[in-house]
Design a binder for this molecule. Structure first.
Ligand code: GLY
Ligand code: MN
Ligand code: MN
Length: 441
Protein backbone atom coordinates (compact mmCIF):
# COMPACT_ATOMS: atom_id res chain seq x y z
CA UNK A 1 0.00 0.00 0.00
CA UNK A 2 1.59 3.29 -1.09
CA UNK A 3 -0.95 5.38 0.81
CA UNK A 4 -0.07 4.71 4.44
CA UNK A 5 -2.48 3.88 7.24
CA UNK A 6 -1.41 7.13 8.83
CA UNK A 7 -2.58 9.06 5.77
CA UNK A 8 -6.00 7.36 5.75
CA UNK A 9 -6.23 8.17 9.45
CA UNK A 10 -5.36 11.81 8.77
CA UNK A 11 -8.02 12.06 6.07
CA UNK A 12 -10.71 10.81 8.45
CA UNK A 13 -9.49 13.16 11.19
CA UNK A 14 -9.47 16.16 8.83
CA UNK A 15 -12.96 15.34 7.59
CA UNK A 16 -14.28 14.94 11.13
CA UNK A 17 -12.69 18.25 12.14
CA UNK A 18 -14.64 20.06 9.41
CA UNK A 19 -17.86 18.13 10.10
CA UNK A 20 -17.79 19.26 13.70
CA UNK A 21 -19.37 17.63 16.77
CA UNK A 22 -22.94 16.27 16.90
CA UNK A 23 -22.68 14.95 13.38
CA UNK A 24 -22.35 11.58 11.66
CA UNK A 25 -21.05 10.68 8.18
CA UNK A 26 -22.29 7.56 6.41
CA UNK A 27 -20.42 6.32 3.32
CA UNK A 28 -21.50 3.09 1.58
CA UNK A 29 -19.06 0.93 -0.38
CA UNK A 30 -19.67 0.29 -4.09
CA UNK A 31 -21.96 -2.58 -5.02
CA UNK A 32 -20.88 -5.74 -6.74
CA UNK A 33 -22.76 -5.72 -10.06
CA UNK A 34 -23.83 -8.72 -12.11
CA UNK A 35 -22.70 -8.75 -15.74
CA UNK A 36 -24.64 -11.82 -16.88
CA UNK A 37 -25.99 -14.78 -14.94
CA UNK A 38 -23.20 -16.05 -12.65
CA UNK A 39 -20.62 -13.56 -13.94
CA UNK A 40 -19.89 -10.34 -12.09
CA UNK A 41 -18.22 -7.16 -13.27
CA UNK A 42 -14.77 -6.66 -11.76
CA UNK A 43 -15.35 -4.93 -8.44
CA UNK A 44 -14.20 -1.31 -8.22
CA UNK A 45 -14.49 0.35 -4.81
CA UNK A 46 -16.30 3.67 -4.54
CA UNK A 47 -13.64 6.41 -4.65
CA UNK A 48 -14.93 8.28 -1.57
CA UNK A 49 -15.08 5.06 0.43
CA UNK A 50 -11.58 4.05 -0.65
CA UNK A 51 -10.22 7.54 0.05
CA UNK A 52 -11.38 7.30 3.66
CA UNK A 53 -10.58 3.65 4.34
CA UNK A 54 -8.31 1.94 1.81
CA UNK A 55 -10.71 -0.99 2.27
CA UNK A 56 -11.71 -2.64 -0.99
CA UNK A 57 -14.54 -5.04 -0.22
CA UNK A 58 -18.18 -4.64 -1.27
CA UNK A 59 -21.08 -4.85 1.22
CA UNK A 60 -19.59 -2.39 3.66
CA UNK A 61 -20.60 0.93 5.21
CA UNK A 62 -18.16 3.38 6.78
CA UNK A 63 -19.41 5.59 9.61
CA UNK A 64 -17.61 8.55 11.19
CA UNK A 65 -18.78 9.90 14.53
CA UNK A 66 -16.70 12.91 15.59
CA UNK A 67 -16.16 13.00 19.34
CA UNK A 68 -17.67 9.55 20.09
CA UNK A 69 -15.82 8.33 23.16
CA UNK A 70 -16.10 4.62 22.36
CA UNK A 71 -14.54 5.20 18.92
CA UNK A 72 -15.06 7.66 16.09
CA UNK A 73 -14.49 5.29 13.15
CA UNK A 74 -16.98 2.46 12.77
CA UNK A 75 -17.22 -0.02 9.90
CA UNK A 76 -19.91 -2.48 8.91
CA UNK A 77 -18.56 -5.24 6.66
CA UNK A 78 -18.99 -8.84 5.53
CA UNK A 79 -18.24 -11.46 8.14
CA UNK A 80 -15.54 -14.04 7.65
CA UNK A 81 -17.00 -17.17 6.05
CA UNK A 82 -14.63 -20.01 5.20
CA UNK A 83 -17.02 -21.58 2.68
CA UNK A 84 -17.57 -18.30 0.78
CA UNK A 85 -13.92 -17.36 1.04
CA UNK A 86 -12.98 -20.68 -0.56
CA UNK A 87 -14.92 -19.62 -3.67
CA UNK A 88 -14.48 -15.87 -3.73
CA UNK A 89 -11.32 -15.05 -1.83
CA UNK A 90 -10.30 -13.50 1.46
CA UNK A 91 -12.57 -11.30 3.56
CA UNK A 92 -11.18 -9.14 6.35
CA UNK A 93 -14.20 -9.47 8.61
CA UNK A 94 -14.84 -7.02 11.45
CA UNK A 95 -11.69 -8.10 13.33
CA UNK A 96 -9.51 -7.61 10.24
CA UNK A 97 -10.99 -4.16 9.56
CA UNK A 98 -10.02 -3.07 13.07
CA UNK A 99 -6.59 -4.73 12.96
CA UNK A 100 -5.56 -3.78 9.42
CA UNK A 101 -7.59 -0.71 8.47
CA UNK A 102 -7.65 1.22 11.70
CA UNK A 103 -11.39 1.02 12.52
CA UNK A 104 -12.18 1.65 16.18
CA UNK A 105 -15.16 -0.66 16.05
CA UNK A 106 -16.56 -2.98 13.37
CA UNK A 107 -19.76 -5.01 13.04
CA UNK A 108 -21.19 -7.54 10.60
CA UNK A 109 -23.09 -5.78 7.80
CA UNK A 110 -26.08 -8.02 8.65
CA UNK A 111 -26.41 -6.16 11.98
CA UNK A 112 -26.53 -2.66 10.48
CA UNK A 113 -30.33 -2.22 10.85
CA UNK A 114 -30.02 -2.89 14.58
CA UNK A 115 -26.92 -0.80 15.26
CA UNK A 116 -26.80 2.19 12.90
CA UNK A 117 -30.00 3.91 14.13
CA UNK A 118 -28.47 3.87 17.62
CA UNK A 119 -25.33 5.57 16.28
CA UNK A 120 -27.39 8.20 14.45
CA UNK A 121 -29.60 8.90 17.44
CA UNK A 122 -28.71 12.12 19.26
CA UNK A 123 -26.55 13.48 16.37
CA UNK A 124 -27.89 16.66 14.76
CA UNK A 125 -26.50 16.38 11.24
CA UNK A 126 -26.10 13.44 8.86
CA UNK A 127 -23.39 13.93 6.25
CA UNK A 128 -24.35 11.75 3.32
CA UNK A 129 -24.17 11.89 -0.51
CA UNK A 130 -27.93 11.83 -1.08
CA UNK A 131 -29.16 10.84 -4.53
CA UNK A 132 -26.23 8.74 -5.70
CA UNK A 133 -27.58 5.28 -4.74
CA UNK A 134 -31.40 5.22 -4.54
CA UNK A 135 -31.45 1.92 -2.61
CA UNK A 136 -29.13 3.25 0.04
CA UNK A 137 -31.05 6.58 0.20
CA UNK A 138 -34.12 4.57 1.16
CA UNK A 139 -32.24 2.67 3.84
CA UNK A 140 -30.96 5.94 5.33
CA UNK A 141 -34.55 7.17 5.50
CA UNK A 142 -35.65 3.87 7.08
CA UNK A 143 -33.00 4.20 9.81
CA UNK A 144 -34.02 7.80 10.39
CA UNK A 145 -37.67 6.77 10.64
CA UNK A 146 -36.76 4.06 13.14
CA UNK A 147 -35.43 6.82 15.42
CA UNK A 148 -38.41 9.09 14.69
CA UNK A 149 -40.65 6.25 15.78
CA UNK A 150 -39.05 6.41 19.22
CA UNK A 151 -39.33 10.14 19.99
CA UNK A 152 -41.98 9.50 22.61
CA UNK A 153 -39.44 7.35 24.42
CA UNK A 154 -37.06 10.31 24.40
CA UNK A 155 -35.07 9.60 21.19
CA UNK A 156 -33.49 12.57 19.34
CA UNK A 157 -33.57 12.02 15.58
CA UNK A 158 -31.08 14.02 13.47
CA UNK A 159 -32.76 17.07 11.98
CA UNK A 160 -30.46 17.95 9.12
CA UNK A 161 -28.95 16.28 6.08
CA UNK A 162 -25.73 17.82 4.75
CA UNK A 163 -24.15 16.90 1.44
CA UNK A 164 -20.94 15.05 2.26
CA UNK A 165 -19.58 15.58 -1.26
CA UNK A 166 -18.65 19.18 -0.74
CA UNK A 167 -16.34 18.71 2.26
CA UNK A 168 -14.86 15.45 1.08
CA UNK A 169 -14.31 16.48 -2.50
CA UNK A 170 -12.48 19.65 -1.54
CA UNK A 171 -10.08 17.37 0.34
CA UNK A 172 -9.72 14.98 -2.61
CA UNK A 173 -9.02 17.89 -4.97
CA UNK A 174 -5.73 18.72 -3.24
CA UNK A 175 -3.35 15.80 -3.68
CA UNK A 176 -0.86 14.84 -0.96
CA UNK A 177 2.79 13.97 -1.74
CA UNK A 178 1.91 10.25 -1.42
CA UNK A 179 -0.99 10.62 -3.85
CA UNK A 180 1.22 12.48 -6.31
CA UNK A 181 3.76 9.68 -6.11
CA UNK A 182 1.11 7.16 -7.18
CA UNK A 183 -0.16 9.49 -9.93
CA UNK A 184 3.38 10.01 -11.28
CA UNK A 185 3.80 6.25 -11.50
CA UNK A 186 0.36 5.77 -13.12
CA UNK A 187 1.23 8.43 -15.72
CA UNK A 188 4.63 6.81 -16.38
CA UNK A 189 3.01 3.41 -17.01
CA UNK A 190 0.43 4.97 -19.33
CA UNK A 191 3.15 6.91 -21.15
CA UNK A 192 5.09 3.67 -21.73
CA UNK A 193 1.87 2.06 -23.01
CA UNK A 194 1.41 4.85 -25.56
CA UNK A 195 5.02 4.50 -26.69
CA UNK A 196 4.51 0.75 -27.08
CA UNK A 197 1.34 1.23 -29.16
CA UNK A 198 3.03 3.81 -31.42
CA UNK A 199 5.95 1.51 -32.02
CA UNK A 200 3.72 -1.49 -32.76
CA UNK A 201 1.52 0.42 -35.23
CA UNK A 202 1.46 -0.93 -38.82
CA UNK A 203 -1.10 -0.67 -41.59
CA UNK A 204 -3.10 -3.91 -41.83
CA UNK A 205 -3.30 -4.31 -38.07
CA UNK A 206 -6.58 -3.48 -36.35
CA UNK A 207 -7.34 -0.80 -33.79
CA UNK A 208 -7.77 -3.57 -31.21
CA UNK A 209 -4.17 -4.68 -31.76
CA UNK A 210 -3.07 -1.31 -30.43
CA UNK A 211 -5.51 -1.62 -27.55
CA UNK A 212 -3.85 -4.98 -26.76
CA UNK A 213 -0.43 -3.29 -26.67
CA UNK A 214 -1.76 -0.74 -24.19
CA UNK A 215 -3.27 -3.45 -22.00
CA UNK A 216 -0.06 -5.44 -22.12
CA UNK A 217 1.91 -2.53 -20.71
CA UNK A 218 -0.75 -1.76 -18.07
CA UNK A 219 -1.05 -5.35 -16.89
CA UNK A 220 2.63 -6.22 -16.85
CA UNK A 221 3.06 -3.20 -14.59
CA UNK A 222 0.44 -4.38 -12.15
CA UNK A 223 -2.47 -2.28 -13.41
CA UNK A 224 -5.24 -4.74 -14.13
CA UNK A 225 -7.70 -1.90 -14.62
CA UNK A 226 -7.81 1.06 -16.92
CA UNK A 227 -9.12 4.37 -15.64
CA UNK A 228 -11.69 4.43 -18.51
CA UNK A 229 -12.16 2.28 -21.61
CA UNK A 230 -9.33 2.97 -24.07
CA UNK A 231 -10.17 4.94 -27.20
CA UNK A 232 -8.27 3.79 -30.30
CA UNK A 233 -9.79 5.66 -33.22
CA UNK A 234 -8.21 5.65 -36.66
CA UNK A 235 -9.21 7.78 -39.64
CA UNK A 236 -12.78 9.11 -39.30
CA UNK A 237 -13.13 7.36 -35.92
CA UNK A 238 -10.72 9.91 -34.46
CA UNK A 239 -13.56 12.43 -34.75
CA UNK A 240 -15.85 10.40 -32.43
CA UNK A 241 -14.98 11.78 -29.01
CA UNK A 242 -15.77 8.69 -26.93
CA UNK A 243 -15.19 6.02 -29.61
CA UNK A 244 -14.52 2.63 -27.99
CA UNK A 245 -15.45 0.05 -30.67
CA UNK A 246 -11.74 -0.16 -31.54
CA UNK A 247 -12.34 -2.62 -34.37
CA UNK A 248 -11.39 -0.99 -37.66
CA UNK A 249 -8.31 -1.91 -39.64
CA UNK A 250 -5.47 0.60 -39.70
CA UNK A 251 -4.70 2.18 -43.05
CA UNK A 252 -1.67 4.09 -44.27
CA UNK A 253 -2.64 7.73 -44.72
CA UNK A 254 -4.85 7.75 -41.61
CA UNK A 255 -4.11 9.16 -38.20
CA UNK A 256 -4.78 7.14 -35.04
CA UNK A 257 -6.01 8.86 -31.90
CA UNK A 258 -5.35 6.91 -28.70
CA UNK A 259 -6.84 8.16 -25.44
CA UNK A 260 -5.92 5.67 -22.73
CA UNK A 261 -4.77 5.61 -19.14
CA UNK A 262 -4.30 2.99 -16.47
CA UNK A 263 -5.59 3.06 -12.93
CA UNK A 264 -2.97 2.42 -10.27
CA UNK A 265 -3.96 1.85 -6.65
CA UNK A 266 -7.20 3.67 -7.29
CA UNK A 267 -5.66 6.68 -9.10
CA UNK A 268 -6.24 7.52 -12.75
CA UNK A 269 -4.01 8.67 -15.55
CA UNK A 270 -5.43 10.09 -18.78
CA UNK A 271 -3.22 10.54 -21.85
CA UNK A 272 -4.02 11.15 -25.52
CA UNK A 273 -1.65 11.01 -28.44
CA UNK A 274 -2.35 11.16 -32.16
CA UNK A 275 0.04 9.72 -34.76
CA UNK A 276 0.07 8.56 -38.39
CA UNK A 277 -0.46 4.85 -39.18
CA UNK A 278 2.35 5.07 -41.75
CA UNK A 279 4.75 6.68 -39.29
CA UNK A 280 4.88 9.92 -41.34
CA UNK A 281 2.39 12.81 -41.07
CA UNK A 282 1.17 14.15 -44.42
CA UNK A 283 1.25 17.94 -44.95
CA UNK A 284 -2.36 18.65 -43.93
CA UNK A 285 -2.15 16.38 -40.89
CA UNK A 286 1.13 18.00 -39.83
CA UNK A 287 -0.41 21.49 -40.02
CA UNK A 288 -3.39 20.58 -37.88
CA UNK A 289 -1.27 18.56 -35.49
CA UNK A 290 1.20 21.40 -34.98
CA UNK A 291 -1.67 23.80 -34.31
CA UNK A 292 -3.15 21.49 -31.68
CA UNK A 293 0.28 21.05 -30.10
CA UNK A 294 0.89 24.83 -30.04
CA UNK A 295 -2.44 25.25 -28.25
CA UNK A 296 -1.61 22.55 -25.74
CA UNK A 297 1.87 23.92 -24.99
CA UNK A 298 0.51 27.44 -24.54
CA UNK A 299 -2.25 26.18 -22.25
CA UNK A 300 0.25 24.23 -20.11
CA UNK A 301 2.47 27.29 -20.00
CA UNK A 302 -0.36 29.32 -18.47
CA UNK A 303 -0.79 27.01 -15.47
CA UNK A 304 0.41 28.28 -12.12
CA UNK A 305 -1.06 29.08 -8.71
CA UNK A 306 -3.48 31.99 -8.71
CA UNK A 307 -4.47 31.56 -12.34
CA UNK A 308 -8.18 30.78 -12.63
CA UNK A 309 -9.49 27.43 -13.89
CA UNK A 310 -10.69 28.76 -17.23
CA UNK A 311 -7.43 30.40 -18.28
CA UNK A 312 -5.78 27.35 -19.93
CA UNK A 313 -9.01 26.80 -21.89
CA UNK A 314 -9.13 30.42 -23.01
CA UNK A 315 -5.48 30.27 -24.04
CA UNK A 316 -6.04 27.07 -26.05
CA UNK A 317 -9.15 28.48 -27.72
CA UNK A 318 -7.28 31.63 -28.78
CA UNK A 319 -4.37 29.70 -30.30
CA UNK A 320 -6.68 27.23 -32.06
CA UNK A 321 -9.00 29.92 -33.43
CA UNK A 322 -6.09 31.99 -34.71
CA UNK A 323 -4.52 28.93 -36.34
CA UNK A 324 -7.80 27.83 -37.92
CA UNK A 325 -8.09 31.31 -39.48
CA UNK A 326 -4.57 31.10 -40.86
CA UNK A 327 -5.31 27.67 -42.36
CA UNK A 328 -8.52 29.01 -43.93
CA UNK A 329 -10.86 26.84 -41.86
CA UNK A 330 -12.40 29.86 -40.14
CA UNK A 331 -12.93 33.28 -41.64
CA UNK A 332 -13.32 36.60 -39.87
CA UNK A 333 -11.69 38.74 -37.17
CA UNK A 334 -10.09 36.68 -34.39
CA UNK A 335 -11.95 38.21 -31.45
CA UNK A 336 -15.30 37.94 -33.20
CA UNK A 337 -14.69 34.26 -33.97
CA UNK A 338 -13.80 33.66 -30.32
CA UNK A 339 -16.79 35.62 -29.04
CA UNK A 340 -19.25 33.69 -31.19
CA UNK A 341 -17.44 30.40 -30.40
CA UNK A 342 -16.91 29.63 -34.09
CA UNK A 343 -14.14 27.19 -33.07
CA UNK A 344 -16.82 24.84 -31.70
CA UNK A 345 -17.34 23.45 -35.20
CA UNK A 346 -13.89 21.88 -34.78
CA UNK A 347 -13.28 21.95 -31.01
CA UNK A 348 -16.38 21.07 -29.04
CA UNK A 349 -15.06 20.04 -25.63
CA UNK A 350 -13.23 21.82 -22.86
CA UNK A 351 -9.48 21.86 -22.42
CA UNK A 352 -9.35 19.75 -19.27
CA UNK A 353 -10.79 18.43 -16.06
CA UNK A 354 -9.62 17.54 -12.57
CA UNK A 355 -7.82 14.21 -12.37
CA UNK A 356 -7.46 11.94 -9.34
CA UNK A 357 -9.16 8.80 -8.12
CA UNK A 358 -11.80 9.38 -10.79
CA UNK A 359 -10.70 10.27 -14.29
CA UNK A 360 -13.16 13.16 -14.27
CA UNK A 361 -12.30 13.86 -10.70
CA UNK A 362 -14.25 15.62 -7.99
CA UNK A 363 -13.89 19.24 -6.92
CA UNK A 364 -15.72 22.42 -7.81
CA UNK A 365 -14.60 24.39 -10.84
CA UNK A 366 -16.26 27.57 -9.60
CA UNK A 367 -16.52 29.22 -6.22
CA UNK A 368 -19.88 30.96 -6.29
CA UNK A 369 -20.11 32.15 -9.87
CA UNK A 370 -16.36 32.74 -10.33
CA UNK A 371 -13.87 30.27 -11.83
CA UNK A 372 -11.69 29.11 -8.95
CA UNK A 373 -7.96 29.75 -8.67
CA UNK A 374 -5.46 26.96 -9.22
CA UNK A 375 -3.52 25.87 -6.13
CA UNK A 376 -0.44 23.67 -5.65
CA UNK A 377 -1.46 20.01 -5.44
CA UNK A 378 -4.38 20.22 -7.87
CA UNK A 379 -4.05 17.81 -10.80
CA UNK A 380 -5.70 18.53 -14.13
CA UNK A 381 -5.57 17.41 -17.73
CA UNK A 382 -4.71 19.66 -20.67
CA UNK A 383 -6.30 18.23 -23.78
CA UNK A 384 -7.12 20.49 -26.70
CA UNK A 385 -8.30 18.78 -29.86
CA UNK A 386 -9.31 19.43 -33.46
CA UNK A 387 -11.96 17.33 -35.14
CA UNK A 388 -12.77 17.93 -38.79
CA UNK A 389 -15.86 15.84 -39.48
CA UNK A 390 -15.60 13.52 -42.50
CA UNK A 391 -18.83 14.98 -43.90
CA UNK A 392 -17.89 18.64 -43.50
CA UNK A 393 -18.22 19.88 -47.06
CA UNK A 394 -17.58 23.48 -45.99
CA UNK A 395 -13.85 22.81 -45.71
CA UNK A 396 -11.28 21.63 -48.26
CA UNK A 397 -11.20 17.85 -48.74
CA UNK A 398 -7.67 17.46 -47.40
CA UNK A 399 -8.80 18.37 -43.87
CA UNK A 400 -11.84 16.09 -43.64
CA UNK A 401 -11.94 13.03 -41.38
CA UNK A 402 -9.06 14.25 -39.24
CA UNK A 403 -9.31 13.89 -35.46
CA UNK A 404 -6.48 15.09 -33.26
CA UNK A 405 -6.20 15.39 -29.50
CA UNK A 406 -3.10 15.81 -27.35
CA UNK A 407 -3.62 15.26 -23.64
CA UNK A 408 -1.25 15.42 -20.69
CA UNK A 409 -1.70 15.26 -16.93
CA UNK A 410 -0.22 18.11 -14.90
CA UNK A 411 0.02 18.98 -11.25
CA UNK A 412 0.07 22.61 -10.14
CA UNK A 413 3.29 23.35 -8.22
CA UNK A 414 4.36 26.38 -6.17
CA UNK A 415 5.93 28.04 -9.21
CA UNK A 416 4.03 26.62 -12.17
CA UNK A 417 3.27 23.03 -13.03
CA UNK A 418 4.84 19.62 -13.46
CA UNK A 419 3.85 17.39 -16.37
CA UNK A 420 3.21 13.91 -15.00
CA UNK A 421 2.85 12.29 -18.43
CA UNK A 422 6.07 13.64 -19.96
CA UNK A 423 7.22 10.08 -20.83
CA UNK A 424 5.47 9.95 -24.19
CA UNK A 425 6.70 12.32 -26.90
CA UNK A 426 4.41 14.73 -28.70
CA UNK A 427 6.59 16.79 -31.04
CA UNK A 428 6.04 15.77 -34.70
CA UNK A 429 9.66 14.78 -35.31
CA UNK A 430 9.89 12.88 -32.04
CA UNK A 431 6.81 10.82 -32.92
CA UNK A 432 8.13 10.05 -36.41
CA UNK A 433 11.53 9.05 -34.97
CA UNK A 434 9.94 6.84 -32.33
CA UNK A 435 7.77 5.10 -34.91
CA UNK A 436 10.73 4.63 -37.29
CA UNK A 437 12.69 3.04 -34.43
CA UNK A 438 9.72 0.73 -33.77
CA UNK A 439 9.81 -0.45 -37.38
CA UNK A 440 13.54 -1.20 -37.24
CA UNK A 441 13.27 -3.23 -34.05
N1 GLY B 1 -10.55 10.06 -21.47
C1 GLY B 1 -11.56 10.91 -21.09
C2 GLY B 1 -11.12 12.30 -21.15
O1 GLY B 1 -10.10 12.59 -21.75
O2 GLY B 1 -11.70 13.17 -20.58
MN1 MN C 1 -9.23 13.75 -20.14
MN1 MN D 1 -8.48 11.29 -22.12
Amino acid sequence: MTISRREYNRRRKDLMATMGPNSIAVVPAAQQLVRNRDVEYPFRQDSDFHYLSGFDEPDAVLVLLPGRRQGQYVMFCQERDPARELWNGHRSGPEGVCADFGADDAFPISDIDDILPGLMEGRERIYYAMGRTPDFDRRIMDWLNTIRGKVRSGAHPPGEFVDLDHLLHEMRLLKSPAELKVMRRAAAISAAAHVRAMQACRSGLNEYHLEAELQHEFMTNGCRNWAYPPIVGSGDNGCILHYTDNNRSLKDGDLVLIDAGCELEGYASDITRTFPVSGIFNAAQAQLYQLCLDAQLAAIDSIKPGVTWNVPHEVAVRVLTDGLRKLGLLKGPLQRLIDKQAYQAFYMHRTGHWLGMDVHDVGDYKIGDQWRELEPGMVLTVEPGLYIAPGNTKVAKKWRGTGIRIEDDVVVTRTGCEILSYGVPKQLEEIEALMAAGRQA
